[in-house]
Design a protein around this ligand. Structure first.
Ligand SMILES: Cc1ncc(COP(=O)(O)O)c(C=O)c1O
Length: 426
């Protein structure tokens, strides 16, 4: 029997994260359920206050001195590393001194890929998968084309992802870099970071992980897994806002030989000496290129603070329970309507979103948004239901599934069901 609304309410009543919902600015009345926090998280009230303080008390009062002032709210030049460490402690399982907040994921990924390849001179291959996020595929193509390297493409199942065995099958001692997403953007498949990293290292290759979908939703253990490079965004489960700067992690053991390709003035040693010639700053600072985006970094700080307070293990536990609830409702309600599960059924292999597949997903998703349920469409046939443990209640997610179920009983724009569908419906 399908879970009832009363069941969902009782899960909310026992939820240790329930109080965190009031930390967010209320969502508009026309939204029944916001299930797109895996694309853009909802704003925290604390970010509103932080940005107001920045404008009215720090920027307006300290002016240019804010860059170097030690006064509360200033010291902007150091914030990429300071807040990088805060995020690392709350969500990345990384010790201080290995993470900066800077640029976009795309740019950080480019820098990390080039830096990783530079650390493995003479090796000619990069392993990447066809289901990776487009930016990762394109950057891998660009790096390979610039440096004359060969791309080894993995072709995982659309609804799952890359396993350690898939990687083992193509690894050899000519591979410079293996790059994968920790959680696949379409299916939510959770890759085995520890096993794949160890496997790559056994062949002398380095790993570059994309953590966009796992940072803030899953307990990441970069240091314990001996990861080489990792990048990720902060506008999904960290909730730092549209276009917020990304993070870049480089394992300390690579710092002495680190050589990333965008040699900007703020990644140089003694930036303000304005000297001729580039000499990298010591440590993780050399992953920076230009001026830090301060409002975004301050928002990352608020996101990291809330994750730290809630505890990443507690967040993960709720993501698993929400996912199980969604899958049980998909089985009960949506399977008979022609939907298929597009995510791993096993919670140990699934991140914090569940994809449902149907041939008319694009139109369905438009109709859903019109009906107050915001998820997102991913070509060719997936609707992703993002589950944000800090912002979503069980009842909100339950209501979303109810709307999806009932939508199918109504007409919606662009509706073109296959004939066999009608045999299966009610
Ligand atoms: C898995 C993944 N990697 C990379 C990116 C690209 O990030 P950006 O556009 O911030 O560079 C995204 C964006 O959503 C993503 O989901």
């Amino acid at each position: 029997m399908a879970l009832s609304r009363a069941d969902a309410r009782s899960l909310d009543a026992q939820d240790p994260l329930a109080p965190f919902r009031s930390r967010f600015i209320e969502q508009p009345d026309d939204v029944i359920a916001y299930l797109d926090g895996n694309s853009l998280g909802r704003p925290l009230k604390a970010i509103d206050q932080t940005w107001n303080t920045l404008a009215t008390q720090v920027w307006s009062q300290r002016l240019i001195r804010g860059w170097t002032d030690d006064a509360d709210g200033g010291n902007w030049l150091e914030l990429p590393e300071i807040v990088g460490d805060e995020l690392a402690a709350a969500a990345l399982g990384a010790a201080a001194g290995q993470t900066v907040i800077a640029d976009s994921t795309t740019v950080n990924f480019y820098k990390a890929m080039r830096a990783a390849v530079n650390l493995r001179p003479g090796r000619k291959k990069i392993i990447v998968d066809r289901e990776n996020f487009p930016t990762n595929r394109y950057i891998a193509e660009s790096v390979a084309s610039d440096l004359g390297l060969e791309l080894v493409w993995l072709r995982p199942d659309l609804a799952t992802g890359v396993s350690a065995d898939d990687v083992a099958a193509v690894l050899d001692d000519d591979v410079a870099v293996v790059t994968l997403s920790h959680i696949a953007y379409r299916s939510g498949f959770l890759a085995d970071m520890s096993a794949i990293t160890a496997l790559a290292h056994r062949h002398g290759a380095l790993v570059v992980w994309d953590l966009c979908h796992s940072v803030g939703s899953f307990p990441i253990t970069l240091d314990a897994d001996d990861v080489d490079f990792a990048v990720g965004c902060t506008y999904k489960f960290v909730g730092a806002g549209p276009g917020a700067p990304a993070f870049s992690y480089v394992n300390r053991r690579h710092h002495a030989d680190l050589n990333q390709p965008i040699w900007g003035w703020l990644g140089r040693a003694d930036s303000f000496e304005m000297e001729q010639g580039y000499r990298p700053a010591a440590g993780i600072r050399s992953m920076i290129s230009g001026t830090p985006q301060i409002p975004g970094i301050l928002a990352v700080r608020e996101g990291a603070r809330v994750i730290g307070e809630a505890g990443i293990d507690t967040i993960r536990a709720k993501a698993v329970r929400l996912g199980e609830m969604v899958i049980s409702l998909v089985d009960e309600w949506l399977g008979p309507q022609g939907y298929r599960l597009g995510s791993p059924r096993d919670s140990d292999q699934r991140g914090a979103h569940v994809s449902i597949l149907r041939h008319d997903a694009r139109q369905l998703n438009d109709a859903l948004i019109g009906a107050g349920v915001i998820g997102d469409f991913r070509a060719p046939d997936a609707i992703r239901l993002g589950l944000s443990p800090l912002a979503n209640s069980y009842e909100e997610v339950w209501s979303a599934l109810e709307v999806i179920r009932d939508l199918d009983r109504a007409e919606y724009p662009g509706q073109d069901r296959p004939a066999e569908y009608f045999d299966r419906a009610e």
